[in-house]
Design a binder for this molecule. Structure first.
Ligand SMILES: CCCCCCCCCCCCCCCCCCCCCCCCCCCC(=O)SCCNC(=O)CCNC(=O)[C@H](O)C(C)(C)COP(=O)(O)OP(=O)(O)OC[C@H]1O[C@@H](n2cnc3c(N)ncnc32)[C@H](O)[C@@H]1OP(=O)(O)O
Ligand SMILES: NC(=O)C1=CN([C@@H]2O[C@H](COP(=O)(O)OP(=O)(O)OC[C@H]3O[C@@H](n4cnc5c(N)ncnc54)[C@H](OP(=O)(O)O)[C@@H]3O)[C@@H](O)[C@H]2O)C=CC1
Length: 515
């Protein structure tokens, strides 16, 4: 019997960010392994015209929850969706709901965050710092609380190259930042943002670092742990391989490469691609919840959930396998044949951006205009280039994260728990994982049917022929222009033509002699 699964039985668990990528996998695993848990409270806001109940209904009826519904048929009754907006005071939770949360919650998993790299500092602080502070204040009023697990990111200290499982202080105190966001206007915040984030690349990593400081400062006598995952990718094994439902991390770029939009990215092929499957993160999170509640460590422990030091894979290997998978299972209706590569520096990157990204987009938009349709490719390309520019920081560097606490926890688990809550990334076969990831993107994100693969392959052949035709035409035009202007080019041309003529004549003569 799994001790961790047994621990969650009968518990009331509060999850923030349950509608997000990681939150859904966390809920799924909890229901599948501990169907006897009492209730999962989730803080949800209405979104995209859907009420909180409709959102929960949609999640429970998704493919991700198919197994859960077999194991825990009354799962609908065990989820309590509480209307909440983490941007508001007291999260806009009603008095009755707040009372229930405070009096019943045993474990808190705080996953909610804004993960946008370019978020305005005010908003990023509100969600990643102030909301964390408020949740901790709530937690301190929960008499039955056994553990509070905060999800941060391994990149919260990406300004360092070696990162230990400790909290690194930021120069300005989070409380001062929170206060100043209340009275500074947007223009001033914009002006001071680069100074505040310093050598971090964006507001996301900066506010996640502030969030960790808040956790440390507000911990009081709570049992707290922090988990720092690196780049979270599709599921490795559970509930099935390759599940992914958003464009964050590499997923959006894999689509862009598979559809032929992304042809080059400035990156270091030998840099470590510190990807970590979402089910691995969730398994560690649940193990940490158990360990923190049962063993009550004296201080707040931080767990790195990374792959680089235990089972490294680099961007070159990853990109190569992504491209190899496109050969077997191409995406439908590609714009161009998938053929992306890493470039080494800014100059070559700008060259390829002009030649391989902007120029084809302009030509295609010209074609759309000619055929009476609305041009759209330049807009798509500009968006893609913006995304790429934000991600480049992470594909040009390698980091070393120590994993003492994570390895210590692994050794504390029983063999059964090590199997059911496996977070040993050394067992991960990267090539298999990446292939399943690409397949998962095709199935669950793009919702493409496997039956369409022959047609997708046929489409790629047509694109290849168009490509050859276009290049030949381009070459002939360029050559014709050159001949018209340069005596030297004319001489070369006549030399080649006469050489070919002599060559052919020789063969014709020798074949006549043989007869
Ligand atoms: C030697 C070997 C040779 C072989 C070579 C082969 C090489 C070839 C390469 C092949 C394939 C590629 C393989 C992988 C490449 C490298 C990937 C690197 C990924 C690295 C990620 C590192 C992140 C690490 C950070 C830390 C991790 C975390 O903690 S948090 C999680 C990460 N967070 C994010 O990823 C959020 C990123 N997103 C944003 O910040 C914003 O969305 C944005 C700034 C990107 C865009 O903002 P904007 O306001 O313009 O747009 P938005 O309103 O958000 O969306 C508009 C439309 O764009 C779509 N969208 C959104 N995000 C993405 C995305 N990431 N990619 C693509 N498209 C995206 C969105 O859906 C909207 O579409 P519509 O709804 O249709 O309008
Ligand atoms: N994905 C990754 O690569 C990594 C993620 N992390 C961390 O993991 C955690 C989860 O990330 P992930 O699941 O990928 O992120 P998602 O963007 O998929 O999910 C974010 C969640 O936060 C919720 N949320 C955001 N704003 C509010 C709000 N105002 N009120 C209520 N809820 C809100 C979202 O709700 P809604 O659906 O309503 O928008 C959603 O449920 C985050 O803390 C992130 O920093 C760490 C490392 C890597």
């Amino acid at each position: 019997m799994s001790m961790i699964a047994a621990f969650y039985s009968g518990k009331s668990i509060l999850i923030t960010g349950a509608t997000g990528f990681m939150g859904k996998v966390l809920m799924e695993k909890l229901f599948r392994t501990s169907p006897d848990l009492k209730v999962i409270y989730i803080l949800v806001r209405p979104k995209a015209g859907q009420t909180t109940q409709q959102r929960v209904f949609q999640i429970l009826n998704s493919k991700l929850f198919e197994k859960v519904k077999e194991i825990c048929p009354n799962v609908h009754e065990k989820i309590r969706a509480i209307y909440a907006d983490l941007n508001q005071n007291d999260f806009a939770i009603s008095k009755e709901d707040m009372q229930e949360l405070l009096s019943c919650t045993n474990i808190v998993f705080h996953c909610a965050a804004t993960v946008r790299f370019d978020d305005h500092l005010r908003h990023a602080v509100q969600l990643n710092v102030t909301a964390t502070q408020q949740l901790l204040i709530m937690a301190s009023q929960m008499p039955k609380l056994e553990a509070f697990i905060h999800i941060s990111t391994a990149f919260s200290n990406c300004n360092l190259t070696h990162i230990d499982e400790v909290i690194y202080p930021c120069p300005v105190e989070p409380k001062k930042i929170i206060d100043s966001m209340e009275w500074l206007d947007d223009a001033i915040i914009d002006e001071i943002t680069p100074k505040l984030i310093g050598d971090r690349p964006n507001t996301y990593t900066y506010t996640k670092a502030l969030g960790e400081m808040v956790v440390q400062q507000e911990s009081r006598n709570l049992n707290i742990a922090i988990i720092r995952p690196s780049i979270v990718g599709a599921t490795w094994q559970e509930p099935f391989p390759g599940w992914v439902d958003n464009l964050n991390g590499p997923s959006g770029l894999i689509i862009a490469a598979g559809k032929g939009f992304l042809r080059s990215i400035r990156g270091a092929p030998m840099a470590v691609a510190d990807l970590i499957p979402v089910d691995t993160v969730v398994n560690l999170t649940l193990a940490v919840g158990w360990y923190t509640a049962v063993h009550r460590p004296k201080s707040t422990l931080i767990y790195h959930c990374t792959s680089g030091n235990l089972n490294p894979c680099n961007w070159g290997k990853m990109g190569f396998q992504v491209l190899a998978t496109f050969e077997k299972v191409p995406f439908e209706r590609a714009f161009r044949r998938p053929n992306a590569d890493f470039t080494a520096n800014t100059i070559t990157s700008q060259y390829w951006n002009a030649v391989s990204h902007r120029a084809p987009a302009i030509i295609y938009d010209f074609y759309l205009r000619l055929t009476g349709r609305k041009p759209r490719m330049t807009k798509i390309m500009n968006r893609l280039l913006k995304t790429v520019s934000m991600i480049e920081y992470f594909v040009n560097r390698s980091w070393e994260w120590s994993t003492y606490n994570t390895e210590m926890l692994m050794s504390e688990l029983s063999p059964e728990d090590q199997r059911v809550f496996n977070f040993d990334v050394r067992q991960l076969n990267w090539l298999e994982y990446i292939e399943n990831y690409v397949l998962g993107i095709k199935k669950y994100l793009l919702k493409e049917d496997m039956a369409g693969i022959p047609e997708a392959k046929q489409h790629l052949k047509r694109l290849r022929n168009i490509h050859y035709l276009f290049n030949t035409a381009l070459f002939l035009i360029a050559w014709r222009l050159l001949i018209a202007r340069s005596q030297m080019a004319r001489n070369v041309w006549f030399f080649i033509v006469s050489f070919c003529y002599k060559f052919l004549s020789y063969f014709r003569a020798s074949s006549t002699l043989k007869v």
